[in-house]
Write a protein that binds this ligand. Sequence first.
Ligand code: C5P
Length: 240
Amino acid sequence: MNDNHPRVIVALDFANPMQALGLAERLDPHDCGLKVGKELFVAGGPEPVRWMVERGFNVFLDLKFHDIPNTVARACAAATRVGVWMMNVHAAGGRAMLKAARDAVSATAAETGRTRPLLIAVTALTSLDHAALREVGVELDAGRYVLRLAALARDCGLDGIVCSAVEAPAMRSAFGAEFSLVTPGIRLAGAARDDQARIVTPEAAAEAGADYLVIGRPITGAGDPVAALAAINQALGHPA
Ligand code: C5P
C-alpha cells in the first residue's frame, strides 16, 4: 500500500450526478478517495468522473468488468484514459481476461504518461451463498472459491482484491503485504447495519489488514458527511 493515499474511499451511490458532485465538492481529496459505481456511471457517464479526477480525487471506478478479454481490455484502457486511480474486474472472467485487462491498463498508462491505475479483482460476490454458488456450478465452499479466485488474480499481476474485512487476515497471510485489500461493509460502532450482513468498524478493518475502506451510507447518509468522514479518519489515525 502507498501510505500517501487516503484509506477511506467514499462510495458515491447516487442516481443523480449533481447530488454526487455536491457531496464531492464538500470533501477534500487529501481526506478520501471517491467510488463511482454502476448507478452513478450509468446516470452521469464519465464527465462526473473527470470532474473528480481534475479536482485531485483518487477515483475508484467500480464497474466490475466481466466479458471477453478484448472487450474488458478496451474498457480498462478507456477507464485509464479518464484518469481513474483504481478499477475492478471479475476474477471469474478467467486468466486471459485478467491478463488482457492488466496489459491494457499498463500500456494505456504508459502511452498517456499517467500513473498506472490499480487493477483490483472481485472474487465471489458476497450476495452468493453456498446454495447460490452450487446453482451456478461452483462446488467449492465460498472460502475456498474466494481463495482460488484471489490467487488467480495475483498470478495474473492484479494489484489486489475486494474482500470483507472478516476475510482480510486470511488474504493478507496468503498473499502478502503488497497485495491491496479493499474492504466494504464498514459501519461505525452502534450504527445501523443497513443491508450489510457482516460489518466491521473502521478501526477493526484497518487492524485486520485492510488497505482501503469503502464506506458509503455511514458518510453519505450522515447529517454532516464531512464530520462523519473526519471522525472516521481520526479513528484511523489519519492526520487532519
Ligand atoms: O453504503 P455502504 O457503506 O454499505 O456501501 C458499500 C459500498 O461497497 C457499496 O457501493 C456497495 O456496492 C459496495 N460493495 C459492498 N459489498 C461488496 C462489494 C461492494 O458493499 N461485497
